[in-house]
Write a protein that binds this ligand. Structure first.
Ligand code: F6P
Length: 542
């Protein structure tokens, strides 16, 4: 097994290795059309990749051989594909219409999903119309949303991305880090009487979230609320109802979620409550509808027309054939600036694995390093390495075509930069082209020769350009689901379980031991470096 899912690609990769993309474009006048697909309001131009038609066909054949279609059906049907945790993987059920049916352990889960949506709708309505009041009988003006990882990144980036749709009278503040600077800064600006806290933790055991929630609770009490008032101000989203009630959250204030929803796939569940509070329930429902649009596309479109499949297989081409270690996301939209961090968790926590589904160590590369940042800012910072460094980093350029402002000139400049970057990465500029230009500008031959070696651009650097019609709630939902399914397809090809995250556990356990040491307890499991750090820190903080 091991690399057999993509062994058919090797001859194509070898054949194309010494062909520059400039040549591929020059040889095929239909190239842009040939490698462009549209669905769900997206147009994906993947012509600036180092493939030709035969290589593309082989990539699609690889996806088939790997069993992408079978695994896809198993996921949507609620089979236990998260085998190490013995769970179904059903974030897609969260965005299905009420009349659908998905069975887990003999029970249709869709009615519960829609009951929870109805609870969210009712709750959000009461907060927005001011009928829900705090301990001094005032309506709410602020929400502090506490959570981390999947219980934070999704709601945070969606709320940020859909700024034009935000409710004008309710502000939502996100707190994730256990760093006391964050929660204390946020609370310092707020009035406890009009502040609602939404604590989101699927497990209800996450140290950072529990600590931040305690701090918020203590703050509420210090501001004059009584213990009984807490239930008026604290809501919680969790699948661990027992632990939540033990913590003191009133049962009617708990919004449920289920173990078949992974943390990084959970913005569609009640974990999206802060989204609904920030944007209104109807916009949240639109996000779900957009996710469902992409689910239908992913399930129904032939593989060679299927956006998640195409993006995933191009990723395999670069990761496993070319050995590229990283993949960069470049949204050309200020509101999407948080999207690379979101996909970073989605992709790296899902496919950053080195044991396959047959419990064997894999001997090939899996998930790439995902990073990125908003354009055009990155052009004046890290793009230098992308253009001239000796590391090839495949890129996704993402541009919503219709802006949510009226300034055409700004938007044209933004788009021009986006498109020009893809062009520069693809075509580059040879030393002789640079030299000719320098000489034409008046430089002498020797100087031009020397400088051209520094100014040359190798080109042949791959990128996808993903145009979105606009950054609407519905299309944002589709965008998130597009990347979810891309990650899923790659997980199938790499034969890893994309839905567990055992790699985060050891740090949590050791963290508890180190915390005991910082609190003065003797802990004998610390190595000399860690012990030294503890000692130095404890001299200042005790
Ligand atoms: O530590 C990683 C992680 O388990 C993520 O997968 C998860 O989204 C996050 O922590 C938060 O977990 P919880 O929602 O249980 O607090």
């Amino acid at each position: 097994m091991s690399t057999s899912n993509w062994s058919n690609l090797v001859p194509h990769f070898e054949r194309l290795q010494s062909t520059h993309m400039r040549t591929l474009f020059a040889e095929d006048s239909q190239r842009a059309k040939r490698f462009t697909r549209s669905a769900c309001g997206f147009t994906l131009d993947f012509s600036k990749n180092t493939i030709d038609q035969d290589a593309f066909d082989a990539l699609i054949a690889s996806a088939k051989t790997a069993g992408v279609e079978t695994q896809r059906e198993r996921m949507f049907a609620g089979e236990v594909i998260n085998t190490t945790e013995q769970r179904a993987v059903l974030h897609t059920a969260l965005r299905r219409p009420a009349q659908d049916s998905v069975t887990v352990d003999g029970k249709n889960v869709i009615p519960e999903v829609h009951e929870t949506l109805a609870k969210i709708k009712d709750f959000v309505g009461r907060v927005h119309n001011g009928s829900l009041k705090g301990y001094t009988n005032k309506s709410f003006t602020d929400v502090v949303a506490i959570g981390i990882g999947g219980s934070f990144l999704g709601p945070k980036i969606v709320t940020e991305a859909l700024k034009p749709y935000r409710n004008k009278t309710l502000r939502v503040h996100f707190v994730a880090n256990v760093d006391g600077h964050h929660i204390n800064d946020v609370l310092a600006e707020l009035n406890a009487e009009t502040t609602l806290v939404v604590m989101s933790s699927k497990s209800f055991t996450t140290q950072e979230t529990l600590k931040n929630t305690e701090t918020a609770r203590d703050w509420l009490l210090q501001q004059g609320a009584s213990f009984d008032d807490i239930s008026k101000h604290f809501m919680c989203v969790s699948s661990n109802i027992t632990k939540a009630t033990e913590f003191g959250i009133a049962e009617e204030n708990i919004f449920p979620m289920w173990d078949w929803v992974g943390g990084r796939y959970s913005l569609w569940s009640a974990i999206g409550l802060p989204i609904a509070l920030a944007l209104g329930y109807d916009n949240f429902a639109e996000i779900l509808a957009g996710g469902h649009d992409m689910d239908v596309h992913f399930q129904e479109a032939p593989l060679d027309q299927n956006l998640p499949v195409i993006m995933a297989m191009l990723g395999v081409w670069y990761r496993n054939l070319q050995g590229c270690q990283a993949h960069v996301l470049l949204p050309y939209n200020h509101y999407l600036r948080g999207f690379p961090a979101y996909v970073q968790q989605l992709d790296m926590e899902s496919n950053g694995k080195s044991t396959n589904l047959q419990n064997q160590a894999v001997d090939y590369a899996t998930g790439p390093i995902i990073w990125g940042g908003e354009g055009t800012n990155g052009q004046h910072a890290f793009h230098q390495l992308m253009h001239q460094g000796n590391t090839v980093i495949p890129a996704d350029f993402i541009l919503p075509v219709k802006p949510s402002h009226d300034d055409v000139e700004h938007h044209q400049m933004l788009a021009a930069n986006c498109f020009a970057q893809t062009q520069a990465l693809m075509q580059g500029e040879t030393a002789s082209e640079v030299k000719q230009k320098l000489i034409a500008g008046g430089m002498d031959e020797q100087q031009a020769e020397a400088l051209s070696q520094h100014k040359l651009m190798p080109g042949n650097r791959p990128s996808n350009t993903l145009l979105m019609e606009s950054l609407s709630p519905r299309q944002l939902g589709s965008l998130v689901a597009l990347y979810e399914h891309k990650v899923f397809v790659q997980g199938v090809v790499w034969q890893v379980n994309s839905f567990d995250q055992w790699g985060v556990e050891l740090g949590k356990v050791l963290g508890n031991g180190v915390l005991d040491a910082l609190k003065g307890q003797s802990v004998d499991s610390l190595d000399s470096s860690t012990q030294q750090l503890v000692d130095m820190f404890s001299k200042v903080v005790r």
